[in-house]
Design a protein around this ligand. Structure first.
Ligand code: FMN
Length: 331
């Protein structure tokens, strides 16, 4: 059965997905009853994400939004990984109407979700909500452990600081990060991507001042101090692991993380990334050893707790990311 709405409408939800540095490393094509999500390697982050795992996790987040939006319109969505002629892998989502599909309530939180990077209060997340977060997804080869005990957070903190130190001592990392900073609302809206500094809790400023601040005032030492404060105020951490370190697992991890973020949003729980120990490979090994992860790969570390919302980040328009418009239906 044909889809019940234009597939473009589903892509409008996909582009609200989170992505590393808000690069939005995707473009979409529409075929007969299917959406293709392609990686856009012009938007890759070669320093912080040299194997593109975060890029494919971001695509997985966009996939999950499409699946949720399809359920809202009573459509079945089947996801598979595709590849043509040795070109990079992309994702195909086949969509068809199915009156038996029930709407997934997480759909309602897609627009409200955000990465909230401010300091959280010291209120604990109740056990019932922790359980709901843990059970928010079920995908083969993806697991989540939550770390909420003081002793566990004490074990984690030095690894976060070690990861942060390594990154802020690396000029290439800082350059790549600053290239994606948007120093004013106007710049963020014009480009429609990147990290608007106000959504990270910093005031707007001209780019040349921003560059001076990043060069002379934001150092490994000042970041470590800032992180210690944020860690102290965090109710808990969610560490996502995969059984294999490959594209299929990265995409499923993205789908899992998106469901986690939407569930947190539903529960009024803020969340934000603390990925440094996962991104720095030597520290990732230490992390796996410290928390007895065996052969699992710890790829995302998220803090969660309670705080006020922050300003939202920008997105590029549908027209910029949809590279063909075949397959329109009656809508
Ligand atoms: C795979 C992945 C990795 C990310 N890594 C970081 C990170 O290391 N630090 C951070 O502050 N945010 C990180 N983010 C959050 C993005 O910066 C955020 O999703 C993006 O700026 C869009 O903002 P939003 O989530 O509020 O819509 C990551 C997101 C994804 C999907």
């Amino acid at each position: 059965m044909k889809p019940t709405v234009d597939l473009e409408r589903l892509i409008e939800y996909a582009i609200k997905a989170p992505s590393g540095h808000n690069t939005q490393p995707w473009h979409f094509t529409i075929g007969e009853g299917e959406i293709h999500i392609h990686p856009d390697f012009n938007r890759a982050l070669p320093v912080v994400d040299s194997d593109n795992h975060a890029l494919y996790i971001s695509l997985g987040c966009a996939v999950e939004n499409i699946v949720l939006a399809a359920s809202h319109y009573k459509m079945r969505a089947d996801v598979r990984i595709s590849q043509k002629d040795n070109e990079p892998h992309f994702i195909t989502i086949s969509v068809e109407s199915d009156s038996t599909i029930e709407k997934d309530e997480l759909f309602d939180y897609i627009s409200e979700r955000q990465s909230t990077r401010n300091e959280y209060t010291d209120k604990e997340v109740p056990k019932r909500d922790l359980k709901e977060l843990k059970n928010s997804f079920e995908f083969e080869g993806v697991d989540l452990i939550t770390l909420t005990e003081e002793s566990e957070i004490d074990e984690l903190e030095p690894l976060i600081i070690e990861g942060s130190n390594r990154q802020f001592q690396n000029k290439d990392f800082v350059k790549e990060l600053v290239d994606w900073f948007r120093f004013s609302k106007a710049e963020a809206e014009k480009k429609g991507d990147g990290l608007w500094i106000k959504s990270m809790g910093l005031p707007n400023m001209p780019r040349f001042i921003g560059n001076i601040v990043m060069k002379h005032f934001v150092t490994a030492k000042s970041e470590a101090k800032r992180w210690k404060k944020l860690i102290d105020a965090t109710s808990g951490f969610a560490l996502f692991t995969t059984a294999q370190n490959d594209i299929a697992h990265w995409i499923r991890l993205g789908r899992s993380f998106q469901r986690f973020g939407l569930t947190a949003t539903k529960l009024d729980i803020s969340h934000a990334h603390v990925n440094m120990p996962c991104e720095e490979l030597e520290v990732r090994k230490e992390l796996a050893a410290k928390f007895n992860l065996g052969s699992k790969h710890p790829l995302l570390l998220i803090r969660f707790g309670y705080s006020e919302p922050m300003p939202y980040s920008s997105r590029r328009d549908l027209e910029e990311v949809l590279t063909n418009k075949k397959g329109k239906t009656h809508g």
